[in-house]
Write a protein that binds this ligand. Structure first.
Ligand code: UN1
Length: 502
């Protein structure tokens, strides 16, 4: 079994910490041994990144992007192989494993291509002889902490734009997917990017905390709301540091009385069960109008009973395992909570029968869909808290689309959501009043493209550590004004005369 290192200042280093293993969630097989980062490796990585920052920002955007183009080609050339690694390490079925790699190269393409696009704005001045601009500068060292569910795409959401904008990086991959982290670090190593510009420290929450506390200028985080809010509070108390965090949701699909039910059922199944419900954009609530409720319910339940759960490397699988035992526990805990809160259970495949577990996969972390109906009540925790699994509530509503939107918005989160309707008025009402950052009409609420902003409102996020919007978190804006005259003339009618005592 391979043993791997951290990547600090252009070197592979073993570090002082203990080792940990990466496990295939479908089989229990060990995939590799990785070093658990300690404060000492994080400090070295941050020091290297600070040291490299000056030289890196001196390069042109286009020269910096050249290193990322190398990675773009490697991601494309190794698509199949890396897709399989993603699937083996995080358990997503194979089309999703490959899509993760595709999303990564799309992000790299966007960031590297953007190097040749205008940066900033030319802004008019009241004074004809003044030139005014909004210019961007890199912030310096950016700490990136990424989740396991998109172990190749999300690191590039954080790092691709950050690097092209002239920052250096210290990155901690998720502890569940260190092998993906290792391969990405090898790719950077292959590019001959200057030492210290890109650093990777493997490890757990303590290594992440050391990044947040360390001498970094910006922290980008994608992951749970608990950790994200802790990070943003901590960073807020440290003047000069900033953060962008993206932190999950309790997403919903609204199905109105005007819905095309083929689209509604298809969108709901994709949104609730793809990635075994482990996307921050997955839908755990289906809010359905009373006129179409019974038909929608029976069609959704039939599919939830029959979607294939199994070996994620098998192309006929729809749902792979969940990532680890803690996800199973959380899923069961919330299923029990829903029962206690009055749920009428419609599909209970939470514990798979032995016959349903594929041969050779007994050690995997298996669950199936859990679907229930429940009368909406604002106090129900099962309708408000994120489970991150195939735990789905059907909620029936009466009245107009505003009632559905009221239920939809009655959660602390606001990441993604969708409306299914053939009535453009209902669609546009949802578009304008749905409290979410990613909003869809007649589509699943998953599958955002990288050239769109990705981020949420309310508890789902602060800033967007992702896709094109990350540029705001990793640059500083300067309003730069230049006088082309030999006189000083001020805006706003402000006198430029210097008056002296007689
Ligand atoms: C996540 O949900 O954790 O929009 C990220 C999507 C993907 C990214 C999801 N592009 O489904």
């Amino acid at each position: 079994m391979a043993e791997y290192d951290h990547y600090v200042d252009g070197e592979w280093v073993a570090g002082a910490g203990e080792d940990f293993e990466s496990e295939n969630p479908a089989t229990g097989e060990t995939l590799g041994t990785f070093p658990q980062g300690t404060a000492s490796e994080v400090e070295s990585a941050i020091a290297a990144a600070n040291e490299a920052a000056e030289g890196w920002r001196d390069l042109s955007y286009i020269d910096r992007a050249e290193y990322l183009w190398d990675i773009y080609h490697e991601l494309r050339d190794r698509h199949e192989e890396l897709g399989e690694v993603v699937t083996k390490e995080c358990g997503k079925e194979i089309s999703e494993g490959k899509a993760d790699v595709t999303e990564a190269w799309h992000m790299v393409e966007w960031a590297a291509g953007n190097a040749r696009h205008p940066h900033g704005d030319i802004v008019p001045s009241e004074i004809a002889s003044k030139d005014a601009y909004m210019r961007r500068k890199p912030r310096g060292v950016v700490g990136c902490i990424t989740p396991w569910n998109f172990p190749v795409a999300i690191p590039f959401w954080h790092m691709a734009v950050t690097l092209v904008e002239g920052n250096t990086v210290v990155w901690k991959p998720a502890e569940q997917t260190p092998w993906c982290g290792q391969i990405i670090a090898e790719m950077f190593d292959d590019t001959d990017i200057p030492d210290g510009v890109f650093n990777m420290v493997q490890g757990f929450g303590d290594a992440g905390a050391a990044i947040v506390e360390g001498d970094v200028d910006t922290v980008l985080f994608t992951g749970s709301a608990e950790v994200g809010h802790e990070i943003s509070q901590q960073v807020a108390s440290d003047p000069g540091k900033n953060t962008a965090c993206e932190m999950g949701g309790k997403n919903a699909i609204v199905v109105t009385e005007e819905a095309d039910l083929d689209i509604a059922v298809h969108s709901a199944v994709m949104s609730s069960f793809k990635t075994t419900g482990q996307r921050c954009v997955s839908s755990e609530r289906l809010i359905v109008h009373t006129d179409v409720y019974e038909e929608f319910k029976s069609r959704f339940v039939d599919l939830a009973e029959s979607v294939s759960v199994g070996d994620p490397l098998d192309e006929d699988t729809f749902m792979g395992p969940v990532v680890d035992e803690s996800q199973i526990e959380k899923f069961h805990r919330y299923n029990d909570l829903a029962r206690q809160e009055g749920a009428e259970v419609l599909v209970d495949r939470a514990e798979l029968d032995d016959g349903e577990i594929p041969a050779g996969h007994a050690e995997g972390h298996w669950v199936g869909p859990f679907v229930y109906e429940i009368d909406y009540d604002t106090d129900l925790r099962c309708l408000k808290e994120e489970v991150f699994g195939p735990h789905v509530a059907l909620v029936e509503y009466e009245g107009d689309v505003d009632r559905a939107i009221e239920i939809h918005n009655d959660v602390p989160y606001g990441l993604a959501g969708a409306v299914v309707s053939e009535d453009y008025r209902q669609i546009n009402r949802y578009r304008d009043r749905g409290e979410v950052g990613l909003s869809y009409g007649n589509l699943p609420c998953i599958g955002a493209e990288v050239q769109l902003p990705f981020g949420g409102v309310k508890k789902s996020g602060e800033g967007a550590p992702s896709a094109r919007e990350v540029i705001e978190a990793v640059t500083e804006r300067t309003a730069w004004t230049l006088n082309n005259s030999s006189d000083i003339e001020m805006a706003q009618g402000l006198s430029a005369d210097i008056k002296t005592e007689e």
